[in-house]
Design a binder for this molecule. Sequence first.
Ligand code: IPT
Length: 982
Amino acid sequence: MSAPVFDVARIGPGEGSIAPRTRLTSDAPTQSLDGRWRFRLSPSPALAPHDGWTAGDTDGWDEIAVPAHWNMSGFGTPAYSNVQFPFPIDPPYPPDENPVGDYVRRIDVDDAIRQVTDAGGRVLLRFDGIESAADVFVNGTRLGSTRGSRLTHEFDVTDHLTGTGDVVAVRVAQFSDGTYLENQDMWWLPGIFRSVTLLARPVGGIDDAVVTGDFDHETGRGAVEVTTSADAVLEIAELGIRQGVPAGRSTVDAGEVGPWSAETPRLYTATLRTASETVSVRIGFRRVRADDGVLTLNGRPIMLRGVNRHEHDPDRGRVHTTELARRDLVLMKQHNINAVRTSHYPPHAELLDLADELGLYVIDECDLETHEYEYVSWRGNPSDDPAWEASFVDRIRRTVTRDRTHPSVIMWSLGNESGAGCNIRAMARWVRENDGTRLIHYEGDHSSRDTDVYSRMYASHDEVRRIGEEADEIAPADIGAAELRRRSLPFVHCEFGHAMGNSPGGVKEYWDLYERFPRLAGGFIWEWIEHAIAVEDEHGRRAFRYGGDFGESVHDHNFVIDGLISADRDVRPGLVDYAAIVAPVVIEVDAARRRIRLQNRYDHVDTSHLAFRWRREVDGETVAHGELTVPAVGPRQRAEVPLPDEARVVSGSSVADVLTVDAVLREGTSWASAGHVVATGQHVAAGTPRVGQASAPEPDEFDRRGRPLRLGSLGVVDGPGIGIWRAPTDNDLFPGWDEPTLPPMAERWALARIDRMQTRVRSVESDAAALVVDTRVGAPSFDSGVDALWRWSTVPEGLLLELDLRSIGSWDNSWIEKAPFSWTVDWARLGIDVTFAGAPVGMEFAGYGPGPSYPDTASGVQFGWFDAGADDLVTPHVRPQESGSRRGVRTAVIRTTEGGVRVSVVGGEALDAGVALTVSPWDRTTLSTTSHASLLPTPTATHVSIDIAQSGVGTATCGPGVLPRHRLPARDASFALLFETA
Ligand code: IPT
């Protein structure tokens, strides 16, 4: 036997595997080859031994689990890079340093499979995912190779198996020619990371079949489209269908059916049977169209409330588990999400079963991204090089073929960020010739010449508005037929709202646009999961890691930590915000007119599955509640519903009188139990706090600079002082795409030195009613700052602070000589900072919650009386940054290990709006200089900020910065606070 050459640098698809087939559930025997395999790692293909390994000689080898990535299993370490490539662009060559994993498994073929082969049947060896290229051997014979890491390959092994002691051997290279087509923004994770299976193929079985349901919304009738490789009997018991279908294509009238949609995921089980095999498919009847610029399903416009989802498990990488996949999709449904783009490769097949079943629209994306070519101005991009055509077409063919029975898949996406070119066109052509039941999506070619939707990522609000108005122009000088066609396509914002760190802000403003223009079919937040990798730190604690943490020389830091949920599936505040923004019903409580205005934003169902529960809370007590009688409001319809007499709010409370209406599920579903809140509307009538007669406080309660020694029962360790800075969020560190030439906010703050302001006490004076302290806080080397006049007095309830703040100086870059651009130094916040003794224990507050919010992430919070424990105070972002602000707070008790203080808003401009309260175990300097959450010190003090105003967070890491209306230009303020012992 001559040594086989492991060729990982040849342009072309894998070879030797059989033609791709539809994923079907069959009663033909299968045998899982998942489990322990013998494993050996070599540093490069040239150094991978040509010994007798393919015939089973594995003396001295290690073992590894399949499916798994070897660099998540103790063999090497993971590496993360985004657009940049980890090795030179020198196609089709991978670098010499290219780890090679050899896998060997000795098997006895199951009796059930042997019976099939004894009867003349065949056996296939199926690989569902190998990154990035593999050669496959059985008993020493090379069967072929794979390309397309997230694509299925099947080899016919019938003639190579003996039945007992057979040796399956796979040689896998981490990098290959295929890597040039797989530069997705994610960890480099090689290995056999999806299942390996033996499949029996009985004589006379159904080798391939496609069964899909079509729905005619005008007649309410369904049709079953069947393509089968063998004459078979089609049965759909529920529809009374039982009839023969010949090999080839046929259409079977299904009569009246219940249509499938994300809102009504009605599935029917269809079986196709021959004498030797029965396959079953769950079909849904639906029809997706781009209709005169509007995306429709079953004749109705649909809105995609989407997220981009990568496959990520913090302990296993891209290895799928049913448990995590289901958890993801259930969490999506619970947060009103109805669509997933499988960025940027086909997911594990089971994810689509779950999407069919739970009801989610899927943009199923091909395993393709040549983003690295951006670094060379797209010179030589494989997408436009005919030599790569077969590779491209093979990839889309494997994608479509595997997944084409799923009703949830409404679009095929040709790939991500791969530019334009002849091979993209060839892929689209292949799809058009082979599946007419979905639309084609691709973002990388803005001419949209080959797609059915116009797709963009991170377009500004202004541009999205213009797209909505069909006034968008990419080629103003040449508005030809192609351009006119593009303008007539529905628009999909395939990535927007970059959820990196404390983010994304401005999503509500996008959604308002999507709601306004029929052409805008919604969008997909980037992205669903943070891809942190879990390790055990030196203290034995679970800790999250990101790019650069494994010694990579080329990496993109924490750009991989940008999800609505943590890698452990903890909900980040951005998801709560998104859930409210995209909620399928909108409830406006009009307290004055004693009614609610209801907008049903479901596309297919009326509101009869929802109960509308109201409650009135006065100063934290529920004083009345009930259920509204709401007529069924049809899809995309509105109604007004009167409120009962007791559902009223009055002024006169001391904190707030609040009327809340929740829309809840009447009955449990597969993704939530009865009573699950889908949407909320609220009216808040601010209360009027009362404070008694003021007198001057005892001087010994203050230090010589006029600062209180205690507030409530809490010792003051530092402050109170004035703060306008925050620990930069990820967004603060990036220039917004709307201001690409300007320094990011965090840099402007650092240049203006508002992160290290100094306080000078100008005077401390006492009169009969108050201790009056005049301070100036300024930035080193500048004459700008904030003057503060603090009036402290004793009232029967506690200590009263009346504060007047005045911005002084100028807040721009006019001091920089010949600055090419002018910019302003907007503030991060304006408020008081005080540090208390003792680590934080928690806070109770009356304000918007229960979670954190900022001015542009404020849709998902409601006014209420909440209790936040020590772990809920701030968001454990993997890279520490500002977080945790509770807005609209009227009164709160802050507790530390040393005691507590109640702080209440009692006057000034905060009386209506409340203050934003941040209670953090860490000071901002510590947060901004610590790279990982796991490295933050054990808290010893409690850092509190009480802000009269704050800046939004924007989404500048990818997209626009903070929108003008959510910014905080330098300003004056005045408000009054009461501190009481608690
Ligand atoms: C865009 C990519 O499509 C996505 O994969 C991810 O990298 C995201 O950005 C950033 O997190 S590409 C970007 C350069 C617009």
